[in-house]
Design a protein around this ligand. Structure first.
Ligand code: UT7
Length: 331
C-alpha cells in the first residue's frame, strides 16, 4: 500500500502595516543600525499597533489570505491548529475564535504552544492526524503578536522580535512528497534563559510583578544563542544523515529566523550553499511561531514539487527540532 503522507497544498501570510525600523529603535534605546544589522541581520520588523487587536487578528488575516489564494471553502476544514506563544488571553482558546471568524464552522481547533518551535511541532501533530487517516483538511497557522510581551526599554530583546502570521493547508498525499521524517527535542533546564517570568500560574499578576516589569520577555541572549546554534545544527545534520541525503540533494533550508548568524551556522553544518538558505529575517525580525510559514509564503514561487526542504527551529523551553519535507506543488 502507498504510504499516506502530509502535504502542504497552500500557504498564506499576513504582516501588519507598521514598520519599526532600526533607525526608530535608535531613538528608543541605546543601540544603532550597524550593531543590530551585523549581530542579527534584522533591518525592520512589523508591529500590530491597533488597540484591541491580538494574535487572533494576525492569524485570521493569514488564513483569509490562504483561503482567497486557494479558493478553499472554509466549511471543508476539519481542524484548525493555532501555533502561538502569545494567545489572545488565558483560558479561552484563541484557535476556537480564529476558526469561527474564518467560517471554519465544521472544524474543531486548539492552540499549540512551544515557543519558537510551535509551528515545527504543529507540522508534526498535523502530519500525525493526516497519516492516521483521521482528518484530511487541516489549517495550520503560526501567529504571534510579540510586541505584546516586549519591553521597548530593553535593548537586548526589543531589537529582535516582530509581529506576523503565516498559514498552511495540510492534506494527504500518496505521491511520495510531504513530510518524510522528524527529529524533535526538548530540554526543560533551558527555561530560565528565555521566558516571560510573570502572568502564568507560577507567578500570577500582582502590582509588584507589573512594577518590576516581569510581564515582559527576558532572555540571556548568549546562552540562547549557543544552544540554538548547537542544537539546530545537530538535529539538522542527524536528519540529513539518517535519510541518506547527500548534501547536494538538499534544495532548501527553512530555519527559524531568530538571528541570521544562527541560520548561517546551521547551513554551514549541513554544507549548504547560501543560495539554498531561506532568509527573510531582515524584513520581519523574529516572529516566533510565524517564521516558518512566512518563509514558505515568501519563497513559494521558487519552490518546486519534489524539492527537498530541511525545516529547523529552536526556542524557549528549550525546544527544538528538524523536519525533512518534500515540497508538494509548483505555484
Ligand atoms: O527565537 C528564540 C531564540 N532566540 C534566539 O535565538 C536569540 C539568540 N541570541 C541572539 O541572537 C544574540 O545573543 C543577541 C542578538 C540577543 C545578542 O547578540 P550577542 O552577539 O550575543 O551580544 P551580547 O549579548 O554578547 O552583547 C555584546 C555587547 C554587550 O556589550 P559589552 O558587554 O560587550 O560592552 C551588550 O551590552 O553588545 C551590547 N548590546 C548591544 N549594543 C547595542 C546588547 N544589545 C545591544 C543592542 N545595541 N541592542
Amino acid at each position: 500500500m502507498t504510504k499516506v503522507r502530509a502535504a502542504i497544498t497552500a500557504v498564506g501570510k499576513y504582516l501588519p502595516d507598521y514598520i519599526l525600523t532600526n533607525k526608530e529603535l535608535e531613538t528608543m534605546v541605546e543601540t544603532n543600525d550597524e550593531w543590530i544589522t551585523t549581530r542579527t541581520g534584522i533591518k525592520e520588523r512589523r508591529i500590530l499597533k491597533d488597540e484591541g487587536k491580538g494574535t487572533s487578528y494576525l492569524a485570521i488575516k493569514s488564513a483569509e489570505d490562504l483561503i482567497s489564494k486557494s479558493n478553499l471553502d472554509p466549511k471543508e476544514i476539519e481542524l484548525v491548529i493555532l501555533c502561538t506563544a502569545t494567545p489572545d488571553m488565558q483560558a479561552a482558546s484563541t484557535g476556537a475564535y480564529v476558526a469561527s471568524e474564518i467560517g471554519a464552522v465544521n472544524a474543531f481547533s486548539f492552540d499549540l504552544e512551544s515557543a519558537c518551535s510551535s509551528f515545527l511541532y504543529g507540522m508534526s501533530v498535523a502530519a500525525g492526524y493526516i497519516e492516521s487517516g483521521r482528518y484530511k483538511k487541516i489549517l495550520l497557522i503560526g501567529a504571534d503578536k510579540n510586541s505584546s510581551m516586549i519591553d521597548y526599554t530593553d535593548r537586548a530583546t526589543c531589537i529582535i522580535f516582530g509581529d506576523g502570521a503565516g498559514a498552511v493547508l495540510i492534506e494527504p498525499t500518496t505521491d511520495g512528497n510531504g513530510l518524510q521524517d522528524e527529529l524533535l527535542r526538548t530540554d526543560g533546564s533551558g527555561r530560565e534563559f528565555l521566558k516571560v517570568p510573570a502572568g502564568g500560574s507560577v507567578l500570577p499578576a500582582t502590582e509588584e510583578t507589573v512594577k518590576n516589569r516581569l510581564h515582559f520577555a527576558r532572555q540571556d541572549g548568549q546562552t540562547v544563542f549557543k544552544n540554538a546554534v548547537f542544537n539546530m545544527a545537530d538535529v539538522s545534520e542527524k536528519i540529513v544523515e539518517r535519510n541518506n541525503l547527500k548534501y547536494e540533494d538538499i534544495d532548501w533550508l527553512a530555519a527559524h529566523q531568530a538571528n541570521k548568524r544562527i541560520v548561517e551556522a546551521t547551513a554551514r553544518r549541513i554544507k549548504l550553499d547560501p543560495s539554498k538558505v531561506m532568509l527573510n529575517i531582515k524584513n520581519y525580525g523574529n516572529t516566533t511561531s510565524a517564521t516558518l510559514p512566512l518563509l514558505l509564503a515568501d519563497y513559494e514561487s521558487q519552490l518546486k514539487k519534489g524539492d527537498n526542504v530541511i525545516f529547523a527551529a529552536f526556542g524557549g523551553g528549550f525546544s527544538w527540532g528538524s523536519i525533512y519535507f518534500k515540497w508538494c506543488y509548483n505555484s
